[in-house]
Design a protein around this ligand. Structure first.
Ligand SMILES: [Zn+2]
Length: 239
């Protein structure tokens, strides 16, 4: 048995134990971060809907103002026509002006009826905006609290993860950088598991059979053997 290799394998096994925990913690933290993102997008969706309603309200307000202004203009026209009416000389002029007054009155009726509808729409929209604004404040507070709670829960995990990464760095220093790179690569391929024990002629990483000749080589530990199925670095433990 190659002593250096034996030490390397022991180091790899230690690294793997830490790697498994790192992988677990990273999954937990990632899941939690996703929860935070989901909460934030919920708030954004609500805010978008609120802004749409505000935009709607401002359009209705503009329609009210336009109708009110046009009514004022039509009123002026009616007053002016009535004044002119008193000074006309011919029947024809009189008839024309009467029709003008009549047309303007009809227009005013239509505008006033529209304005009443706009007022109703405005009132309903104002209620919706005010309710949504209130709900938005509540939702914002609730989501902020939930996010804080999530952060609190992951503080310990994050600290532990940091410590484990440091430990791994330290332990890995005794290994050839090329071997460390190999470890990283295989771990990435196999969801955080780069090293696997061979037991009963099976790889404990992928649970596939390892050919007997290869098992003997793993036991001899004269070179690093990878599982032919999953590429994990194999090691043997005397039981
Ligand atoms: Zn395997």
């Amino acid at each position: 048995m190659n002593q250096t290799l034996k030490q390397d394998i022991e180091t790899l096994v230690r690294l793997q134990k830490i790697e498994t925990e790192i992988f677990r913690l990273q999954s937990v933290i990632e899941k939690v971060e996703k929860e935070k993102i989901t909460l934030a997008s919920r708030l954004r969706e609500f805010e978008t809907a609120l802004n749409d309603e505000k935009q709607n309200l401002s359009e209705i307000q503009q329609k009210c103002t336009d109708a009110e202004n046009e009514i004022k203009v039509v009123d002026q026209r009616i007053i002016k026509s009535n004044e002119t009416l008193r000074m006309v000389k011919t029947n024809k002029e009189y008839q024309v002006l009467l029709r003008e007054v009549d047309d303007n009155k009809k227009r005013k009726d239509i505008l006033e009826s529209q304005l009443l509808d706009f007022y109703d729409l405005r009132e309903a929209s104002e209620v919706r905006v005010s309710e949504s604004e209130h709900q938005f404040v509540l939702l914002k507070e609730q989501i902020k609290a939930e996010q804080l709670e999530i952060d609190k829960k992951t503080v310990d995990d994050k600290e532990l993860l940091h410590d484990l990464l440091e430990q791994q760095k330290e332990i890995g220093q005794s290994l050839d950088p090329a071997l460390m790179t190999r470890f990283r690569k295989i771990s990435k391929m196999n969801r955080g598991q780069a090293v696997a024990q061979v037991r009963n002629e099976s790889c404990m990483g992928c649970f596939m059979n390892v050919p007997p000749q290869l098992c003997i080589e793993v036991q001899r530990a004269n070179q690093l053997i990878s599982c032919p199925q999953c590429s994990r670095i194999l090691y043997h433990v005397d039981e």
